[in-house]
Design a protein around this ligand. Sequence first.
Ligand SMILES: *Cc1c(COP(=O)(O)O)cnc(C)c1O
Length: 375
Amino acid sequence: MRYAASLSWRACPPILYPPMPRPIKVSIHTAALAHNLDVARRHAPNAKVWAVVKANAYGHGIDNAFPGLRDTDGFGLLDLDEAVRLRELGWAGPILLLEGFFKPEDLAIVDEYGLTTTVHSDEQLRMLEMARLKKPLNVQLKMNSGMNRLGFSPERYRAAWERARAIPGVSQIVLMTHFSDADGPRGIEYQMEAFERGACDVPGERSLANSAATLCHPQTHGAWVRPGIMLYGSSPKGLEVPAAKFDLQPTMTLESELIGIQEVPAGGTVGYGSVFTAETPMRVGTVACGYADGYPRVAPTGTPVLVDGVRTRTLGRVSMDMLSVDLTPVPQARVGSPVTLWGRGLSIDEVAASAGTLGYELMCAVARRVPVHAN
Ligand SMILES: *Cc1c(COP(=O)(O)O)cnc(C)c1O
């Protein structure tokens, strides 16, 4: 609308029509973000919170997530442009770079925007030693306690800490590690044991817990927790402990509409590859949502979906721009009926489980062409 509204027909002879979007949209629920942040605080009442907003706030958009999460103590992310965006939005508090910096020139931005950085390698320590910073920066010194991605081994941790402490440009050093199995049967003990071994005589606050550890392993809380996925209303335990059991609310609803309805006879097939065959005559709805919108192509027949608020299932293969749904339980459905792909009324974790993935991946994959409305 805003394209056309500012133009009078007199001033602009070629008529500009407002863009006609497909009916698909994503809604971001600000109050639910704030609620989920409170849930994290309830579980870790003595810890400060790094609200993790990496990957464009798990696909929600930094701008859309910020209003709901602004009561946090700090934000954790990876990309410098997202850190800069938070400063532009007015966030003056701590921002933690979860992977730290990559090149010496990154440190100019870290310095300029007052970012806290993870330090996990000798290469980063070397860059810090060489840097000329305007003001000292806070670091989170990362130990590899068993996940074997980033960090100093327990044996080398104390030496890394000594080296960091000797750098004039380094101010506070927080002790950090990350869990591989806080959500699963292996648990956190093997890493806690390694962490305690490597950090036993190293002073400083601790920052260990992701969402699963924040919710399920209070002994990990320390001075800082780093919840991510729980803030977005997806359970770190998937369907094993549904999000609602943790009192988490969905923060992203992906909605569209029926754009076509077919009466499929017995023996008729639906979609590419004819992988679904109707056994009896049935009504099949076509939804304006496909894998180019971020809906997982691998979601098989039977993936849950809401049509007009009624739970039903997808049928056949997901196409690029459309998918098909069973209208048997929704006789009142017509072209224009609302469809919820996930979010309010349908847990993203259920859809993810059907597609063999996690809520994390679905949220992050919502495509740029899907309009976003924050409310
Ligand atoms: C992504 C991330 C988190 C948050 O993990 P969730 O499982 O989403 O809670 C915490 N810490 C680090 C280092 C991360 O990369």
